[in-house]
Design a protein around this ligand. Sequence first.
Ligand code: C5P
Length: 219
Amino acid sequence: TISKSLDGKTVLITAGPTYESIDPVRFIGNHSSGKMGFSLAEEAARRGAKVILISGPSSLDISHPNIEIHRVTSAKEMFNEVFKYYEISDIAIASAAVADYAPKEIASEKIKKNDDSLTIELVKNPDILKTMGERKSKQFLVGFALETQNEEENALGKLQKKNLDMIVLNSLRDDGAGFKNDTNKIKIFTENDRKEFALKAKNEVAKDILNVVEQEILK
Ligand code: C5P
């Protein structure tokens, strides 16, 4: 068999949104499709890696002998699933759009519409990526950032604060970039380098990201 660039590597990828339950029938979520994470999983598998894809609710499916998909719903479930596999991973890529807050309590019955206003108290979810940074041993750790202001400064701040090796900045200013689209426009920052890429399909963006990861782990 032909040798491939990620042969022997285990790659952990988080993808999609998380849903945070309010009551038995309602949740707080976001519009993440999971496309970026699934494209990364596909490309890493094509390059010979063993891929552990941990996805929040997404309509996407994936089937490849090298990919194990673990489906979760909430941020807390994603956190628990990630740390079952983090230690055995060589590369970890956090592309999930994890909800920052979750309802403090999940109502056991469907909430009735009675009053004119309803208040739901939210509490902060665990930061999965930050915890990966704290527990980092051999892993090459990649995060994503989606900023609406001071984007480069904030992305670089996250690289440091979360102890990452690389951060991918999604531009929200460009049409066709980010979240729900099939295309994305990114900048990649490592401690000493920055690269800017053109708007392209997410499966092409996945190749750019993994090319930089491979360059960096060979350094
Ligand atoms: O701090 P911020 O949410 O902007 O950071 C974005 C990065 O952190 C993404 O890579 C995202 O997957 C990750 N993240 C996480 N757990 C959270 C929040 C964000 O893994 N609770």
